[in-house]
Ligand binder design. Structure first.
Ligand code: MG
Length: 144
């Protein structure tokens, strides 16, 4: 059992590229994340993006949609009715990754773009690491 994470994806230039195409590996990574028991949220500074996720066949993996604050991210979550604390965020905008833990994804596709596979690898690492910390804390507590 690893810790279950709230994973927040940005849309523009993260999942959906400038030409409207879906980033490679999006569906397999969404499937892997949810099958591992983590929860996917999609947020965007320009609004609720349910339609875009539906259009790209990803809607069934998404638990909730939010509007993303454009600055002062953590403090403004309540203002935007984001009632879930993001554990891991994926965004092409570096300031978002400075506010939360996550991955700063390239806004342009690389050759054989595998950015989302790297995202999945890092999510697994974080979940395992937090599980290891929880076990260490529990052991410490029993030793006292
Ligand atoms: Mg973006």
């Amino acid at each position: 059992m690893t810790r279950k994470l709230n994973v927040f994806f940005d849309v523009d230039h993260t999942l959906v590229m400038w030409d409207g195409r879906l980033r490679p590996h999006a569906e397999e990574v969404f499937q892997a994340i949810t099958e591992a028991g983590h929860t996917i949220y999609v947020w965007s500074g320009v609004g609720i993006r349910h339609y875009d996720m539906k259009k790209h066949g990803l809607d069934s993996y998404v638990t909730g949609y939010f509007v993303k604050p454009l600055h002062d991210y953590k403090n403004r979550l309540p203002l935007y009715k984001v009632n879930i604390m993001p554990d891991f965020v994926i965004d092409d905008y570096p300031q978002v990754i400075e506010a939360f833990r996550g991955y700063h994804i390239s806004d342009i596709l690389k050759k054989d773009d595998a950015e989302l596979l790297e995202v999945w690898r890092l999510i697994q690492l974080m979940a395992d690491e937090e599980e290891a910390e929880a076990i260490a804390d529990a052991n410490e507590a029993t030793e006292e």
